[in-house]
Design a binder for this molecule. Structure first.
Ligand SMILES: Cc1cc2nc3c(=O)[nH]c(=O)nc-3n(C[C@H](O)[C@H](O)[C@H](O)COP(=O)(O)OP(=O)(O)OC[C@H]3O[C@@H](n4cnc5c(N)ncnc54)[C@H](O)[C@@H]3O)c2cc1C
Length: 395
């Protein structure tokens, strides 16, 4: 068995784990990143695509913004197209002076992997037999198997960046751990198309369901339709997708869409989940390991970055200044941001989707909420701040 000693073991090499590893290495904190999947698998995942202003600034400050600034698309905000009503822009630029950025998570993950290769952050992929012990003491130990041999690492802290299905959150004793969860009775069927996107990120509310036109790069578009959970991507031919999508669009939006064959198709179930606390002993959770958001509101990736902003500063203060105040307040600080983002995602999901249980009263209430947004500049301003995630990453 190989034996190692390091300061921080990071479990999970998604954007949260990779960015944390990079920031710790830069600050001279020793760490090891562990990933269950292959590099190719992680880099092939297609997920989020809209970054908040604070996330954009944080990535630039972290030295990861170069390609984002070259090929990402700065956005004023996101449009809502509502059947039978004028469309409306959640205008982040107008109300906050800051821009959102359309930049695919797949590109960001590639950027982080290239930087890891340049800085040499120790990294093991395709690990199995992960075991974590001693997080309630002072010297946690992490053991795993990689490329046929066993490895044991002694460390000061274990960081669970292992996503929604990872094991780290389960290490918090059941008597302490609280899980808050809401499952929505529908999913999003998404396709990727090599074609120019429409002008604005656009949420579409139609009596037959929700749809979204999103952007990745000037030649890559992502489209979604609200769909049933019992029909997987195989039930959706490209023709069926485009008929459904265009049928939900107002004519002026449909006229902008360049259709084409899908290069990827997937179904994502919508759910909300928060695990509390985000720290137990020497274990800290970050990103999807601690919280999942329905994608309406584009919070998942942004909140993973928000956690890493807090946690990297806290770990660096611990190792470089022996100051534990930020580590001690991490869980409460992160959760206050997380719940604000949960509120926005829950509100947008309820506003824009058709629920199987909806009756005429529900439809009238949603209509009233949209009409209030259309009429009131105060409501528009508040929505823009919540959507932009302010003051999350900047506060
Ligand atoms: C299908 C899908 C679509 C999405 N679309 C959007 C969107 O449109 N907008 C949005 O804002 N967000 C979206 N999200 C959410 C967003 O992608 C996540 O919030 C983001 O990936 C969180 O990053 P993370 O690093 O915390 O977790 P992840 O990216 O999930 O990374 C966790 C990593 O941990 C690894 N891991 C798990 N278990 C172990 C283990 N035992 N040992 C070692 N490694 C392990 C996993 O393989 C994975 O690589 C989507 C998510 C999914 C799944």
């Amino acid at each position: 068995m190989q034996q190692h000693r390091t300061q921080v073991v990071i479990v999970g090499a998604g954007p949260a784990g990779m960015l944390l590893g990079l920031l710790l290495e830069k600050a001279g904190v020793d760490c090891i990143v562990l990933e269950r999947r292959s590099r190719e698998h992680v880099l092939s995942r297609i997920r989020a695509g809209l970054l908040e202003p604070g996330a954009v600034e944080f990535l630039r400050d972290s030295g990861v913004g170069e390609r984002m600034d070259q090929i990402g698309r700065p956005r004023d905000g996101t449009r809502i197209a509502w059947q039978g009503r004028p469309s409306f822009m959640i205008n982040v630029k107008k109300w906050t002076g800051l821009e959102m950025m359309a930049y695919g998570q797949t590109f960001l993950t590639e950027d982080l992997y290239s930087m890891r290769e340049a800085t040499g952050t120790p990294y093991f992929d395709q690990i199995t037999d992960l075991e974590i012990e001693g997080i309630d003491g002072t010297r946690p130990e992490v053991s795993f198997t990689t490329a046929g041999h066993s490895v044991r690492v002694q460390c000061d802290f274990v960081i669970g960046c292992d996503g929604a299905q990872g094991p780290c959150s389960q290490l918090i004793p059941e008597s302490i751990r609280q899980v808050y969860e809401r499952k929505f009775p529908f999913g999003w069927l998404g396709i990727m198309v090599e074609a120019p996107p429409i002008d604005d990120f656009t949420y579409i509310r139609h009596e037959t369901g929700f749809a979204l036109a999103a952007q990745r790069t000037p030649m890559l578009s992502r489209y979604y339709v609200q769909s049933r959970l019992d029909e997987g991507p195989e039930a959706w031919s490209d023709d069926r997708f485009w008929d459904t999508f265009l049928g939900r669009c107002p004519p002026e939006i449909a006229a902008q869409v360049t259709t084409g064959p899908s290069i990827e198709k997937s179904l994502a179930a919508l759910r909300s989940r928060v695990v509390e606390p985000m720290r137990w002993g020497r274990l800290f959770l970050a990103g999807d390991a601690a919280h999942v958001f329905p994608p309406t509101g584009a919070k998942g990736l942004n909140m993973a970055l928000s956690d890493i902003q807090l946690l990297s500063a806290a770990l660096i203060a611990h190792f470089s200044e022996k100051d534990d105040r930020l580590l001690d307040s991490y869980s409460a600080d992160a959760l206050s941001r997380v719940w604000a983002a949960q509120h926005l995602s829950w509100r947008m999901t309820k506003l824009l989707h058709i629920f199987p249980t909806d009756d005429p009263y529900d439809r009238k209430i949603r209509q009233a909420e949209y009409d209030l947004i259309l009429k009131s500049e105060e409501v528009q301003r508040a929505l823009a701040f919540e959507y932009a995630g302010l003051p999350n990453l900047r506060g």
